[in-house]
Design a protein around this ligand. Structure first.
Ligand code: ZN
Length: 159
């Protein structure tokens, strides 16, 4: 895909999604810009990134925002990211995946560049030790996430 066609697609996504029947235009535009930034980071057509299930069924709350990126070469391969709040334009994305202990979808890797995703895909989530210490490769958001099961030792405040 050429630079020009990817740029045109980014512009089209912003144009199409900067108004929304359920949320304010400014918030819709913030979400569209975050989705376009994620597509640029991943090097894919912005048409392959969308919030939660679709643009038409945005699910509250929108912060953190959940974005789904499907692989243009295999639509079944979907990467799910969270973003703290689309009102900010300089936050990292967090790749979501199952907690190695409780299986809840939580942030497993901070992704500021394509190489960060590459490192995670190469190494996978580091094994978690019984001592409750979180390996450095995990983001702080891992144990801050309220999605962990109530018995998970990595639910913040219980380890
Ligand atoms: Zn957990």
């Amino acid at each position: 895909m050429s630079i020009a066609s990817r740029a045109a697609s980014a512009y089209e996504q912003l144009r199409r999604h900067s108004t929304h029947p359920l949320i304010s235009d400014s918030k819709a535009a913030d979400i569209a810009r975050a989705a376009v930034r994620l597509a640029a980071l991943l090097g894919i057509d912005p048409a392959h990134v969308q919030p939660n299930r679709s643009w038409n069924s945005l699910v509250l709350p929108l912060a953190p925002l959940t974005l789904r990126a499907s692989d243009p070469e295999d639509e079944r391969q979907v990467y799910t990211f969270s973003y703290r709040d689309p009102i900010y334009d300089d936050e990292p994305f967090f790749l979501l995946g199952p907690c190695p202990v409780c299986g809840a979808m939580v942030p497993l890797a901070e992704v500021r560049s394509l190489a960060d995703l590459g490192a995670f895909l190469d190494q996978g989530p580091a094994p978690l030790l019984n001592n409750g210490m979180l390996p450095n490769s995990y983001p702080d958001e891992f144990d801050r996430d309220p999605a962990h099961s109530s018995t998970c030792p990595f639910r913040e405040g219980e380890s």
